[in-house]
Design a protein around this ligand. Structure first.
Ligand code: T4K
Length: 386
């Protein structure tokens, strides 16, 4: 595709943003570029249930991501709930407290007990060295999160799963397009679940997908996301309605054309933050872990003891300056009422996650964020007037 037509379709970086700076803004094609797809949907009157855009999007996504099979979903949360059903997970599942609540909620929706294990202080992902101690005869699976799109220690997690006969379902909501040393990070574990929510690096408004290793598991997942229907008269499971509509799939196809440019723009912002914050005492930037290719979906910093402001005072200072930074992920999932009574939610079981949740701030990062806006964010962190 010629550069000029790509710019016409994705003009966002060229437009001036309002002065409030958000933690993220969705990157969208121009409305004109989307209208021909809408016209096709209007003409065909095929709105959902695996129509032509859905089929084409699944195929193009597999090619782009470098994965075998994909089942599209209405969002990641329903994808996680269905992934657990597909693998018939029961009993207890080991997971991280340092994530968005949807990770653990997907377990509760299946009547499964979450067992929280602490995170690694460098990667902020589930700490593999702490997993074995949490395994009981009821444990059937591990549900790690590639937090901020940084890959988990997939090999150590798989080794533990193999020894104890456990399944591994990755919450890969943040990991669209991330490649580690052995290809797509989405190819690890039994299943990986993506989010295409408006706040994600790749968005279809709402949306998600399960990455599956083979056609057989994809078929079971397709039944489960369509009420359990196999054909007009056969229902094999109490499935849910998790189907992605033609509207979202058509948008997704168009979004694929702009995603490399969007990730490159995010990468430039990541670089500018790192350079600007290199010498700021008390501010720690997370280092890329095992990525050959990052997606730069988030830019978390950890506000440490030697920084002159507490994390929450700094959060307020950003707010006072119309910069909507976010505390992803605070509070810990294990501190919410439906989880805090669990033995694994105990205060002394999760010291690293607890400390990080008190230190983290996610800075704005999205393709339309201008250099002067990035510098405004850096300026808040470096100015000495407190
Ligand atoms: N697993 C993990 C690890 C996740 O992080 C998530 C979702 C999931 C699973 C579940 O995925 P889905 O079922 O949603 O596909 C947001 C998102 O709602 C949530 O999807 C996301 N993680 C989580 C980390 O963040 P909020 O409450 O912070 O979003 P909100 O509405 O405050 O938006 C933040 C900023 O984004 C706004 O200030 C402006 C901008 N924004 C947002 C929306 C929704 C826009 O510019 N346009 C928009 O349409 O939760």
């Amino acid at each position: 595709m010629k550069q000029t037509s790509l710019l016409t379709k994705f003009p966002l970086a060229a437009t001036r943003e309002p002065e409030t700076i958000y933690v993220t803004r969705p990157e969208l094609p121009s409305l004109e570029a989307f209208i021909p797809s809408l016209q096709k949907i209007w003409d065909s009157k095929i709105l959902t249930n695996g129509g032509p855009f859905h089929q084409e999007f699944e195929q193009k996504l597999c090619e782009y991501l470098g994965v075998n099979q994909i089942a599209l979903f209405t969002n990641c949360t329903i994808g996680l709930v269905t992934a657990l059903q597909a693998l018939r997970i029961t009993g207890e599942v080991i997971t991280t407290p340092y994530s968005f609540v949807a990770t653990a909620h997907s377990l509760l929706w299946n009547g499964i007990k979450p067992v929280f294990v602490d995170i690694d202080p460098e990667t902020l992902n589930l700490d593999p060295s702490k997993i074995e101690a949490a395994i009981t005869p009821q444990t059937t699976a591990i549900m790690p999160v590639h937090c901020y799109g940084h890959p988990c220690d997939v090999e150590r997690i798989q080794a533990i799963a193999d020894i104890y006969g456990l399944k591994v379902i990755y919450d890969a909501a943040h990991a669209f397009g991330v490649q580690c040393h052995c290809g797509s990070v989405l190819n690890h574990g039994d299943l990986s679940v993506l989010s295409f929510h408006a706040t994600k690096a790749f968005t279809t408004f709402e949306g998600g997908a399960i990455v599956c290793p083979d056609e057989k598991s994809r078929q079971r997942i397709n039944h489960l996301k369509n009420f359990g229907f196999v054909d007009e008269v056969t229902v094999v499971a109490p499935g849910i309605n998790g189907k992605m509509s033609e509207f979202n799939a058509a948008l997704g196809l168009l979004q694929l054309e702009g995603i490399d440019r969007a990730i490159a723009l995010r990468g430039a912002i990541d670089k500018r933050y790192r350079e600007g914050l290199r010498k700021v005492a008390g501010i720690r930037c997370l280092q890329p872990v095992d990525e050959i290719r990052s997606n730069y979906s988030y830019f978390p910093i950890l506000v440490q003891g030697d920084y002159p402001l507490s994390r929450d005072a700094l959060y307020q200072k950003f707010r006072d300056n119309d910069i909507n930074v976010r505390r992803y992920f605070y509070p810990l999932i294990s501190d919410f009422p439906m989880y805090r009574g669990l033995p694994s939610a105990a205060h002394n079981n999760l010291p690293v996650a607890r400390k990080v949740a008190q230190q983290v701030l996610c800075l704005p990062i999205y393709p339309g964020l201008r250099d002067d806006q990035v510098d405004r964010v850096i300026g808040i962190l470096t100015e000495r007037r407190f």
